[in-house]
Ligand binder design. Structure first.
Ligand SMILES: [Zn+2]
Length: 250
């Protein structure tokens, strides 16, 4: 009875998988309504059963775990696969999914935000394989939604200086937003990241970019610049550097 009472059933998505010793693995699993937890799957690599492939990154699972009350660790008992999100997706789609994983792994997700961040993540994972062109813009939109959910909304419509909806000239990290062409002065040059007209237009359309994906032509330098600005926004708020390695492959 004691053993059974500690068994818990949870819904989660694998964010990270690290081999441990000869036959075990350590998983970071994003659990709906709970956040990211460390899970030890003992001896799982020696099994030749159907369980062997179940612990892949981005597998959505219904998990049976044990929790020792005196430890932060959860122990894997078994799992049923709900969906293998990376299974048979094309390379770029996989990269865009991994990019979201990277961001979530670097965030510290408070328990009260876990459920809405889980929903956002799942929606993104389900939507991104359907996008045929310019999926990167959907990743950016995902980040904007994430910013809003965690209370660091990124204003992509109004200038941080005058408050008007003017054409943006530059990103202003200290003010957490954009400065428009009318407000921009040479004195700002060392404090900001100047952006091109193409980039300014993309940013101001990002919240409803889904309708424009077929028409967009996004250059390599624009991809780099927009990624950089979105990561700086995160880094400024959390006072630590966020990185995205996966997206370099896009
Ligand atoms: Zn302005």
């Amino acid at each position: 009875m004691m053993e059974k009472s500690r068994e818990i059933i949870l819904e989660g998505i694998i964010l990270r998988k690290v081999p441990f010793r000869e036959t075990s693995i350590i998983l970071d699993i994003f659990i709906n309504k709970l956040g990211v937890i460390p899970v030890m799957a003992k001896g799982i690599r020696k099994e030749k059963s159907k369980n062997a492939g179940i612990t892949e990154i981005l597998n959505e699972l219904e998990l049976v775990l044990y929790k020792n009350p005196s430890s932060d660790w959860y122990i894997y008992k078994s799992a049923a696969l709900t969906r293998a999100h990376l299974f048979e997706v094309d390379f770029k789609t996989g990269v865009l999914m991994q990019a979201a994983v990277e961001i979530y792994r670097q965030l510290i997700i408070p328990r009260e935000d876990a459920e809405k961040l889980y929903e956002l993540f799942l929606k993104y994972l389900q939507f991104i394989p359907q996008v045929k062109k310019n999926g990167i813009a959907i990743f950016w939109r995902f980040l904007l939604r994430l910013f809003r959910l965690i209370g660091i909304e990124f204003n992509t419509s109004a200038c941080v200086n005058c408050g008007n909806e003017e054409v943006f000239a530059a990103y202003f990290p200290q003010k957490h937003g954009f400065i428009c062409k009318k407000c921009f002065r040479p004195v700002h040059a060392n404090l900001v990241f100047e952006i091109s007209g193409e980039q300014a237009e993309l940013f101001s359309n990002l919240n409803h970019i889904g309708n424009m994906l077929d028409k967009l032509q996004i250059s390599k330098s624009t991809i780099q610049q927009i990624n950089k600005i979105l990561l700086i926004h995160l880094s400024e708020h959390f006072h630590k550097t966020f990185y995205l390695k996966s997206i370099e492959l896009y």
